[in-house]
Ligand binder design. Structure first.
Ligand code: NAD
Length: 532
């Protein structure tokens, strides 16, 4: 089956031909990840070795221009409305994970810098932002949202450069959702008295917010927007490998003319700046998104301090497909569930539970679909999977995948060409997975799917709940009653029905058990920033 896409072909036949030749040469050169069938060349086209009837689609490269982003050689900390050099910190480099190119030098905050950021946030909260009428605060938040929309292309390209995610996802998911959070919470700012939290809910004070590298801008928006709407001020610490979009957001906040000190962004190491921030006596509320390991440390460190705490941690979600499911949609849902954002998603559907009667069909169709995924340049608009964010994460994915093979699961990846520079991992499916395997229990946080089977709904529930996590789940079936029954049985904060990885600012998101506690999004997300 050969498919052609006139739109892309029209972008330049000569370019397409060169790209095709490059691809083919690369594919021949490359010793791929272990266990991968090699692509073969057939009448000038790449063909998946295990599907000789299926020709990989040919697209001309369609790179998004990076000229819209104006990278500075170095970035300071954003404290009290201005970018400043660290007082007692130093600097480190952030790189493009797709090429290992250094993008910029970033300030690493020291203890004095953290002190200063928390102090100005405390002053801004008491003197300016807290006393300000909600309707006035709303105007600032609406303004931030609008500027984010105006600068959306810049935000998307920068996010893809620093994180490695495909531009299609940063452009169509991360940036619009981040702006939508500001719009949504702006609407709440003057309605707090009617939000169901009592007659006059008060802001908590200064929020110390620590976020991970997988959705840098979106996580910043999830943290900042509700906190600010509720009258708190913020000190935000982005992950050290993805500081750039938070710093651009700081610039947008400056452009929106927020009073100095209301939002502060301190960059640097989690073990130093992050730990100092959450432990700081001037912080009243800690909101953390990241690994379960660090989340547990924070909970221990904050016990007895009286600080408010919400934790959004890891996950090992089950995506459950019943035999009556609409299979075409389910295949897309499985792909979206685990390969969106290279699987670096806390709520990723990393365990596929498929009813035994259709397991072979689903796996076969899934493999066929995966053979069409394009892994490569994050800035190319055709790319489905970009780069893994950092070397340590790639190592973790490799280690767990090797453990899967060693424990007896069967590993499969489509043939695909991985660039020689940067951090890359081919989409991978494990079958013959048992519940005790590490790949069925531990969060891999990469493009790796473990397939398990079940016979009855009860068995599906038991297997889905057989995890220390409890963040999300998906149910694919034609039966509404089964969806409702399953949703009641699954121990997960979010259950998607005939869909997966759908987010909306109006909808609360969060986990149970080792996935953390507290909710972000919706009215519940607002409550996490109010003293009620
Ligand atoms: P991480 O825990 O290593 O780091 C998260 C953030 O915490 C970073 O900013 C880091 O610098 C900081 N940090 C590290 N050590 C710290 C310490 N001792 N004190 C204070 N801050 C510290 O996690 P990561 O590798 O950046 O992110 C991946 C993890 O995040 C995965 O486990 C994923 O499931 C989780 N995650 C959860 C959600 C959710 O909503 N539940 C969303 C995204 C990511």
């Amino acid at each position: 089956m050969t498919k052609s896409y006139p739109d892309h072909k029209s972008e330049g036949a000569a370019g397409a031909e060169l790209a095709r030749r490059d691809d083919a040469t690369e594919a021949r050169k490359r010793a791929d990840a272990p266990g991968q069938p090699s692509p073969v060349e057939e009448s000038g086209q790449l063909v998946a070795a295990d599907r000789p009837d299926q020709v990989a689609f040919e697209y001309a490269p369609a790179p998004e221009s990076r000229s819209v982003v104006h990278l500075q050689p170095s970035y300071g900390l954003f404290i009290d409305g201005a970018f400043v050099e660290p007082v007692d910190g130093n600097a480190y480099k952030t790189e493009n994970p797709a090429t290992e190119e250094v993008l910029a030098e970033i300030a690493a905050a020291g203890l004095e810098d953290v002190d200063r950021a928390v102090e100005v946030a405390g002053r801004a909260q008491k003197e300016v932002w807290g006393p300000m009428p909600g309707a006035e605060r709303a105007k600032y938040l609406f303004r931030v949202a609008r500027i984010m929309q105006e600068r959306s292309r810049e935000l998307a390209v920068l996010e893809s450069l620093d994180n490695g995610k495909p531009i299609r996802e940063s452009r169509d998911v991360d940036v619009p959702l981040a702006a939508a959070h500001f719009f949504y919470y702006a609407g709440w700012a003057d309605k707090l008295d009617y939000a169901g939290f009592g007659p006059h809910p008060a802001p908590i004070g200064v929020a110390g917010q620590v976020i991970p590298w997988n959705f840098p801008l979106m996580m910043a928006a999830w943290k900042l927007a509700p906190a600010l709407a509720a009258g708190n001020t913020c000190v935000l610490k982005p992950a050290s490998t993805t500081p750039l979009s938070a710093l651009l957001l700081a610039e947008i906040i400056q452009q929106a003319d927020l009073p100095p000190g209301v939002v502060n962004v301190i960059t640097g190491a989690g073990s130093l700046a992050g730990a100092a921030l959450v432990a700081h006596p001037g912080i009243d509320k800690v909101a953390f998104t990241g690994s379960t390991e660090v989340g547990k440390d924070l909970q221990r460190a904050l016990a007895g301090t009286g600080k408010h705490l919400t934790l959004e941690l890891g996950g090992k979600a089950a995506n459950i497909v019943f035999e009556d499911a609409p299979l075409d949609q389910a295949i897309e849902g499985i792909v979206n569930g685990i390969f969106f954002n290279q699987g670096e998603v806390c709520c990723a559907g990393s365990r596929l539970l498929v009813q035994e009667s259709i397991a072979d069909t689903v796996v076969e169709r899934l493999k066929r679909r995966l053979a069409t995924l394009r892994v490569g340049d994050p800035l190319d608009k055709n790319t489905d999977l970009g780069a893994i964010n950092n070397a340590a994460q790639l190592e973790k994915i490799r280690e767990l995948s090797d453990a899967g093979e060693a424990e007896g699961a069967i590993r499969w990846s489509p043939s695909c060409t991985l660039p020689s520079k940067g951090y890359w991992f081919a989409p991978t499916v494990f079958t013959n997975v048992s519940q005790v395997h590490r790949i069925a229990q531990e969060e891999i946080f990469g493009p790796v799917l473990s397939v398990l089977t079940f016979r009855t709904p009860e068995e599906a529930v038991a297997k889905a709940n057989n995890t220390v996590y409890g963040l999300s789940a998906g149910v694919w079936t034609e039966k509404g009653s089964r969806i409702l029954w399953m949703a009641g049985q699954l121990r997960a904060g979010v259950v998607w029905a005939n869909s997966f990885n759908r987010f909306d600012p109006t909808s609360p998101f969060g986990g149970y058990r080792e996935s953390g506690f507290g909710r972000e999004g919706g009215r519940q997300g607002l409550g996490a920033y109010l003293d009620v």
